[in-house]
Design a protein around this ligand. Structure first.
Ligand code: ADP
Ligand code: MG
Length: 288
């Protein structure tokens, strides 16, 4: 799998007073098995970009190649692309509508033309991937918690066997427990199934913990595209893009100013804990 955008532009309502240049000269390559975070302030173009990746929107100008094939070419099947690039929308629970969980997750596979039996087997497998067993099959989607509804929606996309999974702010509006459960499931999928995942988020904490590569959008363009650690070294530029660095980066910087330097590139709580424990042992000896 590879996905390549070249000089992509998208303008909403071109030529009207409502015109909005939502993507400006986007150049981007995503490769097999990558776990990519996409962050940016509200209105920076994240959702517009994700909708290009599965061809729900077609660029005003520029090129898009999926596995080297021109997505905007005449013979390219956009329907097939939408199956390969699974997009879980923001607040996907608004799209749950079947009587029970299993039937809801079967909806996509059935639409692909699979038999009832195959669809059910895919749905069960997908529900298992998001940590939902048999006891959920007959529940009404409307009786589930916010986090559970999200997981059902994600299963609905997974049941289509996509090559790429895009999640647009999958944790928005969830409590910390629901949030961690979803992100842990996604991280597990990405590792175990070697799935390419694009996670849209506005939480620096989440992307710092989970992704390998971080794309920062600002004013319809890409400001940074690097490892999270490298991105978070740009504290000033991030602030100018109305984005904060992770709280741990900030804490480490403040400690350093007070003369306590625990090391560079600490961005997660786990890393901060390790650095503090290491320093403590150095000072107090390793015996307790
Ligand atoms: P994000 O997901 O980062 O919040 P969006 O991709 O939703 O950003 O929006 C990017 C820009 O495009 C914003 O200026 C937004 O107002 C505009 N926009 C988004 N959707 C539409 C739409 N359906 N019609 C017109 N403008 C839109
Ligand atoms: Mg959005």
């Amino acid at each position: 799998m590879s996905l390549e955008l070249k000089n992509l532009n998208y303008i909403y309502n071109e030529g009207t007073p409502m015109e909005s240049h939502a993507l400006k000269d986007i150049n981007l390559t995503i490769r097999d098995g990558e776990f990519v975070g996409l962050i940016g302030h509200t209105g920076s173009g994240k959702s517009t970009l994700t909708q290009h990746l599965n061809a729900l929107l077609e660029a005003t100008s520029g090129e898009y190649y999926y596995n080297g094939e021109n997505v905007y070419g005449e013979n390219f099947s956009k329907k097939e692309l939408r199956r390969k690039v699974g997009l879980v929308f923001q607040y996907p629970e608004h799209q749950l509508f079947e009587v029970d969980v299993l039937t809801d997750v079967c909806f996509g596979p059935k639409n692909l033309g699979l038999s009832e039996e195959e669809a059910r087997s895919r749905a069960k497998e997908a529900l298992k991937m998001v940590g939902m067993g048999e006891n959920y099959y007959e529940k009404s989607p409307f009786d589930l918690s916010g986090g559970e509804k999200r997981r059902v929606a994600i299963a609905g996309v997974l049941a289509m066997h996509p090559e790429v999974l895009i999640l647009d702010e999958p944790t928005a509006g969830l409590d910390p427990k629901g949030r961690d459960e979803i992100l842990d499931e996604i991280a597990k999928l990405q590792k175990e199934q070697h799935m390419t995942v694009i996670l849209v988020s506005h939480s620096m904490e989440d992307v710092a913990t989970y992704v390998d590569r971080l794309i920062v959008m600002y004013q319809s363009g890409i400001l940074f595209d690097d490892t999270p650690k490298a991105v978070f070294r740009h504290r000033k530029e991030m602030e100018e893009a109305h984005l904060a660095v992770p709280q741990m980066s900030e804490l480490m910087r403040m400690l350093k100013e007070k003369g306590i330097d625990l090391g560079e590139d600490i961005i997660t709580v786990a890393e901060a804990k390790d650095a503090i424990m290491k320093r403590w042992k150095e000072k107090n000896g390793s015996g307790r």
